[in-house]
Design a protein around this ligand. Structure first.
Ligand code: UDP
Ligand code: MG
Length: 327
């Protein structure tokens, strides 16, 4: 996905309607990394409808280390991060939120940790400043679930502030709300993943973009991830397994029906014998499952062999000597 092109560090920031936060955040990032690293900052404007883009363009005029990737419309935070990863030129990539809740002062610490020999260092917002009922509690549950199901023991998958080796992102493709599963996917393909406690600040400007609904999406993504992690190259094991279970069910209830018919001599009519109906359903289900498994096997082959398709459409990439008004 990414190829380091000589720059040491890329900082990527997904932005949706954060006009008021951008300038202070930009200053803090420069304060944290200026003079210490050879860096670039890439802002991804994920279809903002406030004046985030004009604030960014203004900053861009005076900073050749900065780029703005502007999406045509809102494609979501995962897509924004994905575009950032794709276009980052650094060997190390740091992602952080645009709203100022992540603290740029943590960046050097994350890099230090990474240099101890990790591929991904994930931020852990131990003292999180968000609403308890709609954000903290659901994400506590979600994190436990993700850790249990993926086997990757992190406390805070959802923290955007993470450090990545560019090389560790090469093979990863993101969909849905899946950026939080990068550590799981990476660790699954053999990368070294760890976490580091980071500062988290209350949101003082702009509005939060998510509510409870995201937790549901995360759970559904988790099912997908589990499936991909365990069975993506052998879906027939899942569907075929269900098919075999259905055949077993059909045999049992079929045997019971035959017993009733010939030995205890009761009715064999559809509406009076639920076991007969059950047998028919099981037989049907087993055929469906096995066919679905075969279809999935074909899909998987296409999936693994087809060409890369990005999950976003970029309007234009702005370099510092572009005339922004042309856009
Ligand atoms: N964001 C984005 N696209 C979206 C929603 C959010 O780029 O569709 C950005 C947003 O501007 C912020 C970050 O993603 O920089 C996290 O959003 P938010 O602070 O609302 O979420 P939380 O901190 O609660 O996870
Ligand atoms: Mg936030």
């Amino acid at each position: 996905m990414t190829n380091g092109q000589g720059i040491e560090l890329s900082i990527i920031v997904p932005v949706l309607n954060e006009a008021e936060s951008l300038r202070p955040l930009y200053d803090q990032i420069r304060q944290a990394v200026g003079g210490r690293y050879d860096y670039e900052i890439v802002f991804i404007d994920d279809g903002s409808s406030d004046n985030s883009f004009s604030v960014l363009s203004e900053i861009l005029q005076n900073d050749p280390r900065m780029r703005i990737i502007r999406f045509r419309r809102n494609f979501g935070q995962t897509a924004a991060l994905s575009a950032g990863f794709e276009h980052a030129r650094g060997n190390i990539i740091i992602a952080l939120d645009a709203d100022g809740q992540n603290d740029p002062a943590d960046i050097p610490k994350l890099i230090e940790k990474l240099e101890e020999g990790y591929d991904i260092v994930s931020g852990w917002r131990r003292k999180r400043h968000d609403k308890v009922l709609t954000r903290k509690f659901p994400s506590w549950v979600a994190n436990r679930l993700i850790a249990a199901i993926t086997g990757v023991k992190l406390h805070d998958f959802g923290c955007t502030l993470k450090a990545y080796r560019a090389s560790s992102l090469k093979e990863i493709r993101l969909y849905g709300e899946m950026h939080r599963f990068i550590p799981a996917l990476a660790s699954w393909s053999g990368e070294k993943v760890t976490e580091l406690v980071v500062n988290h600040r209350p949101r003082t400007r702009g509005k939060p973009k998510y509510g409870l609904a995201r937790t549901l999406k995360v759970i559904l993504d988790l099912i997908t991830i589990k499936f991909l992690m365990s069975f993506s190259t052998k879906p027939i094991y899942v569907f075929g397994g269900l098919g075999v279970l259905s055949i077993l069910g059909a045999s049992l209830s079929g045997a019971a029906v035959l017993y009733q018919k010939f030995i205890s001599a009761s009715h064999l009519s559809m509406n009076k014998n639920p076991l007969l109906v059950l047998t028919a359903i099981f037989i049907n289900a087993s055929v469906q499952f096995i066919l679905m498994g075969l279809l999935a096997e074909m899909l998987v082959r296409t999936y693994h062999e087809s060409q890369d398709r990005p999950i976003y459409v970029i309007e234009k990439i702005f370099e510092s000597d572009d005339k922004v008004n042309e856009a």
